[in-house]
Design a protein around this ligand. Sequence first.
Ligand code: NAD
Ligand code: UD1
Length: 336
Amino acid sequence: MAETILLTGGAGYIGSHTYLALREAGFDVLILDNFVNAKADVPARLERITGAPVAVLRGDVRDPDTLKAVFRDHRIDGVVHFAALKAVGESMDMPIDYMQTNIGGLLNLLKAMEEGGCRRLVFSSSATVYGDTRVQPIPEDHPRTATSPYAFTKLAGEQILEQLTADWAVGILRYFNPVGAHRSALIGEDPAGHPNNLVPYVAKVATGELEEIQVFGDDYDTPDGTGIRDYIHVEDLAQGHALSLRALIETGMGHTVNLGTGQGSTVLQVIEAYSAACGRALPYRIAPRRAGDVAVLTARPEQARDLLGFQATRTLDDMCRSSWAWVSGQIRNATD
Ligand code: NAD
Ligand code: UD1
């Protein structure tokens, strides 16, 4: 019988792609989401892609009773915990809300799992726990630090999980920069308002919603002077979750791994790849550096390969092409 996996935040960007990867890997999946940052039609889109009903509960991880009811009413073999608030800038304005959702929600989940007898968890962490480091590429044993309230919640989450008893199996996955969209072009990243992150911003310039890209600094110590990041296709990232769960189930042992490609790309390389994907040279101008940015952030990816058999296969061109297919499809739908 297939194992049943609970995906908190499963209607969100990474969660919805992971839903599909887990279904492809043979898991049954139950989504729990309060839809604070997800569109209401995501479950219907997942049904269109899979051709099968999608099990979704609308609920909030800040409510302990909701989580307890999930484990009372369903046999859950493992959990992937995505549900969180994730905007670094916003976390500085509302640190308590970030802690309530990201730390309080995790504690509620752990208690409900304990009572429900489920002790397998995959936790969405972030390269943000490495802080501003000059060590590149970054190995998992690099010291951790919190440079924002958001980063604090991820670091605290990791530390809470490290205190659990030995009968828990926990996978801590530190994502680098997830971008791109599902090959169906039916789901993808859909930030409300003004995007903060590079690829969603570039996508809105490509669709004509925004005028030009601002490149935050061209005087970094990198080949073209612009910042380097380790962009990873969201479908590769999603696959990492299926492998993490499989490893937890098969070995009963936890792991902490970076999920990145190990390859860095500059801002100008991203703009060039996106321009090729959408068929038009996207306008940009050089702007001052953004406060808090580091020159380079790339993963050492070997631990995920050795422990999980994980290897990202999709290129920056694949990421930009899939993003463009998704956002241009959205524009077509809106004007039909
Ligand atoms: P997202 O906002 O698209 O997904 C999060 C989902 O959680 C949303 O569907 C939202 O509605 C839901 N949610 C939020 N608060 C909730 C609550 N109280 N109860 C129930 N559901 C709630 O974000 P994402 O990019 O898919 O990120 C998923 C996870 O990965 C988050 O934990 C995030 O911190 C982490 N992460 C993301 C990135 C990134 O670049 N996207 C990088 C590193 C780590
Ligand atoms: C940011 C967060 C990080 C979070 C990650 C996930 C900060 C300081 N870091 O990472 O904690 O985990 O998002 O979503 O907010 N850039 C531009 N123009 C833009 C936007 C970005 O030039 O309009 C540049 C940045 O300077 C950087 C690169 O593009 O060099 C990537 O930026 P971004 O997509 O925001 O990701 P990070 O800063 O790596």
